[in-house]
Write a protein that binds this ligand. Structure first.
Ligand SMILES: [Zn+2]
Length: 146
């Protein structure tokens, strides 16, 4: 490979693109002495300071802790489910939750701590699985009966 002589404004060079996050062909836009100062990415057309190729030819995976992503996905799915259920049961009156109350599947309840929720599951003999906006909780009901 020819040395610094080929590094002239307008010639191509492999550099690390700060936008594409990978090594790509760039056009030299500005030189500082015999060093490349500024380049334009041929892929995203952005001009940025020259960064030497990093030997990276695929985009960097977004750094996100797996657990975080999973927790987030779970919250989103609960919230989506909750919204769907609340919309589906829009006409239902809200029942105030009480341990002594009797609830059935699909009841819309209001809990003093968790807010509004929908009974998603009945757990024999006296428990309810209730889908609240941010969490699914198991509550006791039918206290008078058991
Ligand atoms: Zn780019």
């Amino acid at each position: 490979m020819a040395a610094a002589a080929t590094q002239t404004v307008g010639s191509e060079t492999i550099a690390y693109c700060t936008s594409c996050k990978m090594d790509l062909n760039h056009v030299i836009v500005a030189l500082k002495g015999d060093r490349i100062a500024k380049v334009q990415c041929l892929t995203c057309k952005k001009e940025h300071a020259f960064k030497a190729a990093k030997g990276q030819t695929t985009p960097k995976a977004k750094k996100k802790k797996k657990a975080d992503a999973e927790a987030e996905a779970e919250i989103h799915s609960i919230e989506a489910e909750w919204e769907k259920l609340m919309a589906a049961h829009r006409e239902l009156p809200i029942k105030q939750y009480s341990m002594k109350g009797q609830f059935i599947l699909g009841d819309k309840i209001n809990h003093p701590t968790f807010g509004e929720g929908i009974v998603g599951k009945l757990i024999y003999p006296n428990k309810l699985e209730v889908i609240f906006r941010h969490d699914v909780k198991v509550l006791i009901h039918g206290g008078a009966q058991s």
